[in-house]
Design a protein around this ligand. Sequence first.
Ligand SMILES: [Zn+2]
Length: 162
Amino acid sequence: MWNKPTKEQLASIPELYRTEETPLKDKPIYLHFFIGNCDWYVSEFDGKDVFWGFAILNNDFQMSEWGYFSFHDLDEIQVKGIFEIENDLFWQVRPAHQVERICRAQGWPLPEHQDILEIECPNCKKITRSGLGEEISCPECKVIILQRSISYQGGFRHGLYS
Ligand SMILES: [Zn+2]
């Protein structure tokens, strides 16, 4: 991972079980890691390696779940030996019910501001908009564009692609 969370970010995350009394919908999400159609949302941290939060793998909302995952493991994962998991640098801490993909997975009402991507086709430079987690292909040249950056809470960002 080239953009690991800072010590300060990690220190701000509650320890394991500290948000036990907090309903799932209100769990604050402190960090978001992602690659392609996989997301890990962090709510608690043991201070060393273990995160607790919500994971969505390969857009499989049915199988997505709250649970533990290892920072070390995330750090090690590579896709095709090239793409690493990224820490979402634009993430803003907010409760789970304000995170669109968690809401989709949990069957909760979607937040008012949904995560929208604006991505430039690497081929023809045409701009395409899409919802987060949807596979995007360029309407012009039909190339599938890998999502690598997200936006939320209104504003648009240009997505990066590889
Ligand atoms: Zn194109």
